[in-house]
Structure formats: structure tokens, C-alpha cells
Design a protein around this ligand. Structure first.
Ligand SMILES: [Zn+2]
Length: 157
């Protein structure tokens, strides 16, 4: 199982935003190009479809944030999406997987991380394309909150 390291500040931000606001809301996470399994960036997508039955990213804002990450000295990239589900929906939905497949195709990415807060518990999966299918495959990843990671959150949430 792959290990994903998350800086304590990123985890706390995720917990206080996606983990604590009413579902379904979401955030994007970023990692340095040099260490793609170290999550050191987060941006809470405050205006995304909160209260709807699904999480809809606000794409124009996300592009701007990711653009800022890419222009940092220590270049970062978009690594995945964390969203929340209502009680009782503890798995990623088929819509979640189809949306992830679309993002992977449109951005020509090998994989991305899909995180889910359910009843304040965070689980993360690595999503990747499987042939020409409209959906994607997932595998669980092991999460480590690593105090050794720098926190370079940018811009402010
Ligand atoms: Zn979902």
C-alpha cells in the first residue's frame, strides 16, 4: 500500500474545513513536484456546492490556485481532491469515480488522490485510469501525518 504523508497544518486545515462543514464540500491538495507523496498544500473550495448532494469544484478558482502553486520556487502541482459525504455514505460514489476519471483525462495525469471525510474520519484513495473506461480504479493509501513536512500553504484559506 502506498504511503501518503500530510503535513500537520494541511491535515488540520482539512479537518477544520471539509471535515467540519456540512457535506458535501471539498478542498484540493498539492504536493511538491520533487516529492509527489508529500501533501504540503491545501485550498478549501469554500464556494463549491455545499448542501447539494454532491461536490462540484469551482473550476476557475482552482485553476488560479494551482497556477500559483506551479509558480512557487519549490514547484507544486495539483495532487487531488478531498470531499465529504453525509452520514451513511462511507464509500466513494460512482459519480466521484467518473468525475476523477474526467479530471485525469483532461489533465493527462497518471493518478490523483481522492480523499473522503465521513463522520470526521478521513480516508484517501489513489485513483487511476483503467483503459478506456469512463470510470477509474482506486486503491487505498496509508495516511501518515508527518510533523517533519514543511507547511507552505499558499495562498491563505
Ligand atoms: Zn462523493
Amino acid at each position: 500500500m502506498q504511503t501518503l504523508r500530510i503535513s500537520p497544518a494541511v491535515y488540520e486545515t482539512l479537518y477544520m474545513t471539509v471535515g467540519s462543514h456540512p457535506p458535501e464540500c471539498g478542498a484540493i491538495i498539492g504536493a511538491p513536484d520533487a516529492d509527489p507523496t508529500n501533501i504540503t498544500q491545501v485550498w478549501f473550495d469554500r464556494n463549491a456546492g455545499i448542501g447539494k448532494a454532491y461536490y462540484t469544484p469551482t473550476c476557475d478558482r482552482i485553476s488560479a490556485i494551482v497556477g500559483q502553486w506551479m509558480s512557487m520556487n519549490n514547484k507544486h502541482h495539483f495532487a487531488g481532491i478531498i470531499h465529504s459525504h453525509h452520514d451513511g455514505f462511507s464509500s466513494l460514489s460512482s459519480l466521484d469515480l467518473r468525475s476523477a476519471a474526467k479530471i485525469l483525462r483532461e489533465n493527462q495525469m497518471q493518478s490523483l488522490y481522492l480523499g473522503l471525510f465521513h463522520q470526521k474520519e478521513l480516508s484517501i484513495f489513489r485513483a487511476f485510469l483503467h483503459g478506456e473506461e469512463e470510470t477509474c480504479s482506486i486503491e487505498a493509501v496509508h495516511i501518515v501525518i508527518d510533523p517533519a513536512l514543511p507547511h507552505c500553504q499558499f495562498p491563505e484559506n
